[in-house]
Design a binder for this molecule. Structure first.
Ligand code: UDP
Length: 368
C-alpha cells in the first residue's frame, strides 16, 4: 500500500513522526509532503525526528489569510496527488493544511485516514478555525483514528459508522516517550538544553507558558501577560515563556513582559528542549492542545487559558484546569498550585500509553 502523509505545522509533525517511522518499519511505501504552513517551527521537528519530506510546498507567506492559504494548498496538492497516486492519504487533527488536503484527496477519489479524529468543542468559533477543520475532515475521511473513547463517541453521535473508527490513543504520547528516552541517555548532547540550564534558575518553581490560539489574540494575551506580571513578583518563581512566532503573539508578549524580573522570554524551542522544560516545570500555563495531552505523563498540572477545551478527559481527571484569560482567575489558580500542589495521586494518562502508532499500523497491515 502506498501512503502519503501530509502536514504543515509543528504539532502535526510531532504527532505524525512516530507513525511515519512505524509505517516505514513495516514495509509500507511512505511519501511525506509538507505544506510548511509554519516554516521554522516545522523544520525544527523534521530535523529532530529525521524526516526528509519528498515534497515541500513551502507555502508560508507573510500575513497569509486562511482563504489564500487554503486556495494554495488545494492548488498545489492536485499536482502532488497526481504524481504520487497514493492508496491512502493520512492527515492529522485540525489544521487548515489537514482539512484542505483531505478535500483535495476527496476530489481525486483517494481514501483518507484521519489521525486524532473526533475531538470536538461544538463551538464553531472556538477554537477558530480548528473546530470546523476537524468537522470537515470527519465528513470526508474513510478511516478515523480516535485518541480516546470520548472522541469515538463524538463521531458515533454524528453518524460516522463504527466500522471506520479505530481507537488508538494519541500518537503524541509515542513522540513524548521516544523523546524522553533519547534525552535521558548519558551521551545525548543538546546545546539548546545546555543553554537553558545555564540561563534559567532551576532551583525556583518554573512556570512554563505557551500560547498561540487565534481566539486569544489581542485582549486575551494582554490579560495573560498582566497575570504573569503579577505572579512574577514572587521570589520563588521563574516564568519561562517560549514565545510563538506569530506576530499577534510576539507583539503583545514582548511589549508587556520584556526585561521583567523572574520572566524569561525565549524563542520557541525544539521538541527535545521543550520536553526537557516540561520536566523541569512546576506547572504549565498554555492554550495548546498537545501540551494538555503530554503533561499528564510527566505529572505536571496545566492551566488551560481557554474557556473551552476539546480535551475534556484531562480536565475530568484533574490534570488540567480551564482558566480562560481572566486575569484574576489565572493569578489565584497559579498561586493555589504553587502553594498547595504536591503531585497527582495517579498518573494514568487518558490520552494513551505510547503505542498509538503501532495500533494504527497494525490496522493498516490488516487492510493490505
Ligand atoms: N512545543 C515545542 N516547542 C515549543 C512549544 C511547544 O516543541 O517551544 C511542542 C509541545 O510539546 C507540543 C506541541 O509543540 O507537542 C504543541 O504545539 P502547539 O501548542 O503549537 O499546537 P497545538 O498542540 O495546540 O495544536
Amino acid at each position: 500500500m502506498k501512503i502519503l502523509i501530509v502536514f504543515g505545522t509543528r504539532p502535526e509533525a510531532i504527532k505524525m513522526a512516530s507513525l511515519y517511522h512505524e509505517l516505514q518499519k513495516q514495509g509500507f511505501i511512505v511519501k511525506v509532503c509538507v505544506t510548511a504552513q509554519h516554516r521554522e517551527m516545522l523544520d525544527q521537528v523534521l530535523d529532530f525526528f529525521g524526516i526528509i519530506p519528498d515534497y515541500d510546498l513551502d507555502l508560508m507567506q507573510p500575513n497569509q489569510t486562511l482563504n489564500d492559504l487554503s486556495a494554495r494548498i488545494l492548488f498545489k496538492m492536485d499536482h502532488v496527488l497526481c504524481e504520487v497516486k497514493p492508496d491512502l492519504v493520512l492527515v492529522h487533527g485540525d489544521t487548515t493544511t489537514s482539512s484542505m488536503v483531505a478535500l483535495a484527496a476527496f476530489h481525486k477519489g483517494i481514501k483518507i485516514g484521519h489521525v486524532e479524529a473526533g475531538l470536538r468543542t461544538y463551538n464553531k468559533h472556538a477554537p477558530f478555525p480548528e473546530e470546523i477543520n476537524r468537522q470537515i475532515i470527519s465528513r470526508i475521511a474513510d478511516i478515523h483514528f480516535t485518541p480516546t473513547r470520548h472522541a469515538t463517541q463524538n463521531l458515533l453521535k454524528e453518524g460516522v459508522s463504527g466500522n471506520g473508527i479505530i481507537e488508538t490513543g494519541n500518537t503524541v504520547i509515542d513522540a513524548l516517550f521516544w523523546t524522553l528516552n533519547k534525552i535521558k541517555k548519558k551521551n545525548y548532547k543538546n546545546n539548546e538544553i545546555d543553554e537553558l540550564k545555564n540561563s534559567i534558575p532551576l532551583q525556583k518553581k518554573i512556570i512554563l507558558v505557551t500560547g498561540h490560539r487565534r481566539e486569544n489574540f489581542g485582549e486575551g494575551f494582554q490579560d495573560l501577560c498582566e497575570a504573569l506580571l503579577a505572579i512574577s513578583q514572587r521570589k520563588d518563581v521563574a516564568i519561562v515563556f517560549p514565545v510563538h512566532l506569530n506576530p499577534n503573539v510576539k507583539g503583545v508578549v514582548f511589549e508587556l513582559l520584556s526585561s521583567k524580573k523572574n520572566i524569561y522570554l525565549i524563542n520557541p524551542v525544539s521538541y527535545p528542549a521543550f520536553v526537557w522544560l516540561m520536566q523541569q516545570s512546576f506547572l504549565i500555563v498554555s492554550d495548546s492542545g498537545g501540551i494538555q495531552e503530554e503533561a499528564p505523563s510527566l505529572g505536571k498540572p496545566v492551566l488551560v487559558t481557554r474557556t473551552v477545551s476539546e480535551r475534556a478527559e484531562g480536565i475530568a481527571a484533574g490534570f488540567s484546569t480551564l482558566v480562560g484569560t481572566d486575569k484574576n482567575k489565572i493569578i489565584t489558580t497559579i498561586q493555589d498550585i504553587l502553594d498547595n500542589f504536591t503531585g497527582f495521586s495517579k498518573l494514568q494518562n487518558p490520552y494513551g500509553c505510547g503505542d498509538a502508532s503501532q495500533q494504527i499500523v497494525n490496522y493498516l497491515l490488516n487492510l493490505d
